[in-house]
Design a protein around this ligand. Structure first.
Ligand SMILES: *Cc1c(COP(=O)(O)O)cnc(C)c1O
Length: 214
């Protein structure tokens, strides 16, 4: 079996039947299409990228032939790239400012396309990290939903790497519940097994499927 397919199937079995609602976003950033194509041919439908331009060159043509493929923007989105992002992506996991939300809402109207959004939360309150602060989350959520009418489906976070992933995932799960949201984007190659204990529904897995990035 192709090593990428066997890694993918192994992760799927680790996630298990009891978590059959959990979707694996195969994070294909930095990898060429030739490298990831076995998983596309295998029928997998969720892929993650962190740069708009890279996503366009890798996926634009392919998505025309395979419209069931869902592309997830998981990286920092600059507002000047928002227009192109709305065209190519189906999900954005990194909604992290009012300015960006305003632009995305406007582009949705222009292209008559609705995306699904996760609000990125700065769950560890880290200076250098993107995401809405926990204290501002309620206001930001209601602004997006009531004023802009964009489709927020859940919260996303990249917790600090300090060995306390349990605490951060639990906190994000609780915040998600308080807002009545159904989806949760948390868990990467190194910590997705922990995230499964806190009701994650989308895990974002790159290196454990495709190998290490150079
Ligand atoms: C790169 C990336 C991932 C995947 O990371 P791995 O450790 O390779 O699984 C997940 N989420 C985000 C936001 C990323 O940028």
């Amino acid at each position: 079996m192709n090593p990428i397919i066997s890694s993918f199937e192994n992760i799927k079995s680790l996630i298990g039947i009891s978590n059959s609602n959990v979707k694996i976003i195969a994070v294909s950033k930095t990898f060429s299409y030739d490298h990831i194509s076995p998983l596309v041919d295998h029928g997998h439908l969720h892929f993650g990228e962190n740069k708009v331009q890279e996503a366009q060159s890798k996926w634009s043509d392919l998505k025309k032939n395979k419209p069931n493929i869902n592309l997830h923007m998981i990286g920092k989105l600059q507002s000047n790239k928002a227009k192109e992002a709305v065209k190519i992506f189906d999900y954005i996991h990194s909604l992290d400012s009012q300015k960006l939300a305003n632009i995305l809402a406007k582009q949705e109207n222009i292209y008559n396309k609705k995306l699904k959004y996760f609000i990125q939360v700065n769950i560890g309150n880290e200076n250098q990290k993107a995401g809405i602060g926990i204290n501002l989350l309620d206001d930001f959520y209601y602004y997006c939903v009531k004023e802009l009418k964009i489709n927020i489906i859940g919260l996303m976070a990249i917790p600090p790497n300090d060995g306390k992933a349990d605490d951060y995932f639990k906190k994000l799960m609780e915040l998600n519940k308080l807002l009545g949201l159904k989806e949760l984007s948390m868990g990467m190659s190194s910590d997705f097994k922990i995230a499964l204990n806190y009701e994650t529904t989308f895990v974002r897995i790159g290196s454990a499927i495709f190998g290490s990035r150079s």
